[in-house]
Design a protein around this ligand. Structure first.
Ligand code: NAD
Length: 428
């Protein structure tokens, strides 16, 4: 019998159920938080460059805004599904609450492939998306951001359309804007650096010095590259990175036991985070296909590519030296793999904590945009460090106090905060 396709919303709800059981949440709060508060499904008609008309499907899901306006990216993807958007909106709620920023959780998507669309066609999609939603988003309602296959340029088109409709300048409507057009310094580094702030704290808890540790990383895009940069700066050594080979449609791992050279690897990487295999071989990298990043003799694994990567099928390949997993990607570990990691006593820094640096910096961007005053990069990054470290300590303390797996502890903190805000508002 064929296996059912992976459904991220089913996984997100199961993770929620597990935490709701630990918290002994009442039925009304469960049914409020288990589903999105609101969903918008709409059509975006576009006149294509060749004069024909096409209609694209768009979504915006607002999972919960009890603690503040919704926050979450807009993805362009040919296989976008409403269940993926629902799961991501729910994870945004938990993430914002885990790092204790006054925002809720949202996510959006359009079923389209930007690779096959001209800039003009993409601009029409962005403007059409905002026209459909303008009444239901805004700086104090729901604040979008870039995500998979959307960029600062897409955000500017959306912002411009929103401001035309509203008839005023409202830069706090959207984040991920270019620096100089209301964007925040430090946003590019924020997610990867945030991952390493949490790794630094986890190593303290494990009684290990970063200088004595080796890491293996899945992915070599924005998150992975900045995580490697800061991990190297605090003394760690990365012995393997893996990335997707567009031409062959498989992943390869690039291994160097005395440590990869970030600058050198960046120089042979395309803008999608794909490494040139032949050039890497010439530079002395051992190139291995598939999941070899899991079985390297490393202390730390950093999945920073995409969801559903550590599964029941491959979790046993993890090398016995591994003591820590820090999830740069969203949803990289399945529930089955989680159970094995917990049994092996591997320290988990879950996605909603580890990669929350991105949304935290987006929140800083919103604060700067709304106040029309922009901070220096060092200021942004040190505020980020403070927020991430405080969030890590809160989760680690909860895990210790209640003898919980770190993911469950993070979920409990986040769900508690949102449940409390919902109760305070009289919703449940
Ligand atoms: P990116 O597109 O810049 O990089 C993705 C990398 O993953 C590329 O190197 C690609 O080759 C690699 N990859 C893709 N499929 C792979 C596979 N099967 N095996 C190995 N490598 C593979 O993306 P990013 O912005 O670095 O985001 C990575 C992850 O982090 C995503 O899950 C994203 O949702 C999550 N995330 C990103 C941010 C952010 O600020 N960029 C914030 C929070 C979470």
């Amino acid at each position: 019998m064929e296996k059912p396709a992976f459904n991220p919303f089913v996984m997100a709800q199961s993770q929620f159920d597990q935490a709701a059981d630990i918290l002994e949440l009442d039925d009304a709060t469960r049914s409020l938080l288990r589903e999105p508060l609101r969903e918008y499904h709409f059509s975006i008609p576009v006149r294509m460059d060749d004069g024909t008309r096409r209609v694209f499907r768009g979504f915006r899901v607002q999972h919960n805004d009890a603690r503040g306006p919704g926050k979450g990216g807009i993805r362009f993807h040919p296989q976008e599904t409403i269940d993926t958007v629902r799961a991501l909106a729910m994870w945004m709620s938990w993430k914002c609450a885990t790092v204790d920023i006054p925002l809720g959780g949202s996510k959006g998507g359009v079923i389209c492939d930007p690779h096959n669309l001209s800039d003009h066609e993409q601009e029409q999609i962005c403007r059409g998306y905002v026209r459909q939603l303008a009444r239901d988003v805004g700086p104090l309602v729901d604040v979008p951001a870039p995500d998979v296959m959307t960029s600062a340029q897409h955000m500017l088109w959306m912002l411009d359309e929103f401001e035309v409709i509203r008839g005023e300048r409202l830069p706090g409507f959207i984040t991920g804007k270019p620096v100089g057009m209301g964007g925040s310094l430090g946003r590019t580094e924020a997610t990867g650096f945030g991952v390493v702030f949490t790794i630094r704290e986890a190593l303290k808890a494990l009684g290990k010095r970063p200088e004595d540790t080796l890491a293996s990383v899945q992915g070599f895009g924005n998150v992975a590259q900045h995580a490697i940069q800061l991990y190297n700066q605090i003394g760690g050594t990365v012995i393997c990175v893996s990335c997707w080979d567009q031409k062959e449609s498989i992943s390869y791992c690039y291994v160097k036991n005395d440590g990869i050279d970030l600058t050198q690897l960046r120089s042979i990487t395309d803008r999608f985070g794909g490494i040139d295999k032949d050039k890497a071989r010439d530079l002395g990298y051992d190139v291995q296909p598939g999941d070899a990043w899991l079985s390297q003799e490393a202390d730390i694994l950093i999945p920073a590519a995409l969801e559903h990567q550590l599964t029941g099928e491959n979790v046993d390949n993890i090398h016995e030296r591994v003591v820590l997993v820090a999830e740069g990607a969203n949803g990289p570990t399945t529930l089955e793999a989680d159970r094995v990691l917990a049994t092996r006593n591997i320290y988990m820094v879950p996605d909603l904590l580890a990669n929350a640096g991105g949304v935290t910096c987006s929140y800083f961007e919103q604060v700067q945009s709304n106040g029309n005053y922009f901070w220096e990069k060092d200021d942004v990054l040190s505020r980020l460090d403070l927020k991430m470290t405080a969030a890590f300590q809160a989760v680690a303390n909860m895990a210790k106090k209640r003898n919980l797996y770190m993911r469950d502890a993070a979920y409990c903190i986040a769900i508690n905060r949102i449940a409390q805000a919902s109760r305070d508002r009289g919703w449940v």
